[in-house]
Design a protein around this ligand. Sequence first.
Ligand code: PLP
Length: 399
Amino acid sequence: RARVSARVAAIAESATLAVDAKAKALKAAGRPVIGFGAGEPDFPTPDYVVEAAVRAAHDPVNHRYSPAAGLPVLREAIAAKTLRDSGYEVRPADVLVTNGGKQAVFQAFAAILDPGDEVLLPAPYWTTYPEAIRLTGAEPVEVFAGVDQGYLVTVEQLEAARTPRTKALLFNSPSNPTGAVYSPEQTEEIGRWALEHGIWVITDEIYEHLTYDDAVFTPIVRVVPELADTTIVLNGVAKTYAMTGWRVGWMIAPSDVIKAATNLQSHLTSNVANVSQRAAVAALTGDLSAVETMRTAFDRRRRTMVGMLEQIDGVRCPAPQGAFYAYPSVEGVLGRTIRGVTPTTSAELASLILDEVEVAVVPGEAFGPSGYLRLSYALGDDDLAEGVGRIQSLLAEAT
Ligand code: PLP
């Protein structure tokens, strides 16, 4: 018999973490590597959040187990924040605090999926979704939207992929990896379609505060309120408040789903670290000025990156409208020869870029079809310009 179970053996390593690890290892070995792989802000967590955590660490009440579903004060803060940012009411009892948004992703799928169910997964998708879906025995059904349609799927495409087994739709706007943001009209159309067909919506809103130009984040439950009974909202403090290391996320769902997910979590991890939860309370009850400062920096870097990528022959990069990733199509570069190598996939191109100019990018294969690269612009302005500059010079050699 196999030593590792088939279910777990089927899980692929997180490609984004792998690229980041390789870049960090090269850097530690003294190489001047520039990494566009990581999905995290380069800013420190705001001071007032850190100070709340320090105070919490000194309070013995936080040295003990606390309710698995989260500290009541944090669940209340999440409900209040949802009203503030998304414009609709949720009960604190329908909020479950999780160990990062990632645990909310797993628990959302685990709570509603059975073997044989299908989940419509717009692609390019964040690399964790298909693994989390498959772990439940359900199947992800990819619905691809490429650069030509701005990485936004249409209701027609979703309808064509719908079968009697379709249980849920994964919706992620602003998107990791593409930075695409659905308009209010598109969001409502998709929400109405899901409602009409009794399809659950799992909406990952973790990049809600990071939008640019005229784009706005649209909470799907605000535009289709009747969806509340069949929607799971996923969110967290990681991206908004530069708190990736603190591990605080949450899910908001109807009571039966929250109850099921809480039971699961009570055996899996119990409560999230109390000190982190107290830090999250400070983040969510504070104002959004620190977020705006970071967003302005991301916006500036976004413009620099997109401008430089667009200058490369064979690369097409529509300006991303949200999150902190650019997702250029590199189809026009594949099949051409660079320093004696002829990459035919984006994975091969990403390897070539790392080997030749020591710049780490994540290939499209991590998020769906080949033909794309993901570059995070959540890094310092100088490194960003230097790194994209190296890619420019390398690809200029293509013949
Ligand atoms: N959802 C999306 C789309 C993400 O990109 C991430 C992080 O990369 C998460 C959820 C989870 O973030 P965390 O577990 O750090 O809260």
